[in-house]
Design a protein around this ligand. Structure first.
Ligand code: HMG
Length: 440
């Protein structure tokens, strides 16, 4: 059976940066460590006034196609995964294709274009669609372009405001890929939930604390479901576990839960699933508070073991480096966690070829998916080609007044005049409706 997976990848970060301990915390009158230690974030990437999901997606895809020497004829499918779409009819992929056709010879007339939506998990669902399309033999030798692009903005004053972010990840899905192959085996945990949603609204309505519990419940179900088809997972078999990362503190919890599950630790008498999601707590505890205290005590004890700390430092922590600097990219988030881990491995001189990743994707609403990936021998070249460090360094550092202004510019309910800007060289820029994505 031909291997199918991610052949190449490129990232585009929003061109602005909001410093959380330095700028956000003082304005909110909060201890900076709430953000750096509690949530695990140093900064958010923010879109400039001339950036949106189309420009970021097109800029990432342009870089990817140029680097791989691809023409539109090489692409049989373009899927954009986003939860920041602005058009209820025309998919974002058509806007992105329009941008790319300005700079490449030929066009995407014979490519199937679409848009995927299921909160943050849509990026991984688009990978699945591409995988299935190739496996079904419908690709005619062509590759699929998958673009996960979002401006993950919250209303000002919302608890989620500190976790904002903006960026795009473009991925080329092909036969015999250079980067990673995807497993056929998948596990799902899926249930109708209303902790995070945007019904006809730009900014989400969020029950933040509950969203954390729902994430853990669905992720655990997905892991169990995955083991039904792939067999038991063992911690030593996994080089890294990139999880969906709304903020690194969330993944600290997911890592602990995953570790408890895959080491089959039974020292806690109750099943963790009873505490999270919709199921009732165990009858062994008289009150919720009693249960939560016992659970926290158990988790704290597990967290303090040498075995766990060593495993976390090797397997989970390296997946979080980029997220700490950019915040939540929604659909792109789990895909920058994978890149972050492999970038760490490259810098540490580790040979990753043939190593296994377990990838935990999640979308509110809510669904988790687990699959595994095997790193291919072109991984080093792919990671070396990324210029993510330069992109992060080049971001403009927003003052609080700048931040408020640019947040208003992106707020669809406000009619803010955008000051004339000097368009950056070699970027697609949003220049007003109807002239979207023009490349200067
Ligand atoms: P909050 O009220 O700002 O923060 O909300 P908190 O008071 O809960 O504190 C956060 C952590 O910082 C806690 O750690 C505190 O103890 C710690 P924990 O107990 O959880 O381990 N802390 C400190 N640590 C050190 N020094 C200090 C300090 N102060 C506090 N001085 C919340 C946090 C997550 C609720 C909020 O950020 C939020 O609503 N975020 C948006 C929703 C979200 O991201 N949910 C995550 C799961 S859902 C998901 O991932 C899907 C999503 O990506 C969307 C999609 O799928 O489309 C969001």
């Amino acid at each position: 059976m031909t291997a199918v997976g991610i052949d190449a990848v490129e990232i585009w970060t929003g061109n602005l940066k909001l410093d959380l301990p330095g700028t956000f915390a003082p304005e909110k009158d909060e201890d900076p460590e709430k953000y750096t230690k509690g949530l695990g974030l140093n900064a958010s990437s923010f879109p400039d006034s001339y950036e949106d999901i189309v420009t970021m997606g097109a800029n990432a895809a342009h870089r990817l196609m140029e680097r791989k020497g691809l023409d539109p004829d090489d692409i049989g499918r373009i899927d954009v995964a986003t939860e920041s779409a602005f058009d209820n009819s025309k998919p974002v992929s058509t806007y992105v294709a329009g941008c790319l056709e300005q700079v490449f010879e030929g066009d995407f007339h014979h490519a199937n274009k679409g848009e995927r939506k299921f909160a943050c998990i849509a990026g991984t669902q688009s990978l699945d669609d591409a995988y299935n399309w190739i496996r079904a033999g419908r690709n005619r030798g062509r590759s699929a372009l998958v673009i996960a692009t979002d401006t993950a903005l919250y209303a000002r004053g919302d608890a989620g405001e500190a976790t904002q972010g903006a960026g795009a990840v473009a991925m080329l899905i092909s036969e015999d890929p250079d980067f990673v192959t995807l497993s056929t085996e998948q596990g799902y945990g899926s249930a109708d939930e209303t902790d995070f949603l945007k019904p006809n609204q730009q900014f989400p309505s969020v029950d933040g604390k509950r969203s954390v519990q729902v994430y853990l419940a669905r992720m655990r179900e997905a892991l169990q479901d995955y083991e039904q088809v792939a067999g038991d997972v063992h911690p030593d078999d996994l080089a890294f576990i990139p999880f969906h990362t709304p903020f690194p503190g969330m993944v600290r919890k997911a890592g602990l839960l995953g570790y408890r599950h895959i080491t089959r630790d039974t020292s806690f008498e109750d099943d963790l699933a009873d505490e999270i999601g919709r199921q009732p707590r165990s009858e062994a505890f008289d009150t919720d508070e009693e249960f939560h205290d016992a659970l926290r005590e158990y988790m704290d004890a597990l967290k303090d073991t040498d075995a766990y700390q060593e495993w976390y430092a090797e397997t989970i922590d390296p997946t979080l480096t980029l997220s700490r600097e950019v915040g939540n990219w929604y659909t792109g988030s789990v895909h920058i966690a994978r890149i972050s881990a492999l970038k760490h491995a490259l810098e540490a001189g580790r040979d990753m070829t043939g190593k296994q990743l377990l990838v935990g994707s999640y979308g509110s609403g809510a669904q988790a998916e687990i699959h595994s990936e095997i790193v291919q021998d072109g991984w080093e070249g792919e990671i070396e080609a990324l210029n993510i460090d330069n992109q992060l360094e080049d971001r403009y550092d927003l003052s609080w007044a700048d931040y408020e202004e640019v947040h208003d510019v992106h707020n669809h309910d406000m009619d803010v005049d955008v000051e004339e800007f000097t368009a950056p060289d070699s970027e697609f820029v949003f220049d007003g409706w109807g002239r979207m994505g023009e490349r200067k």
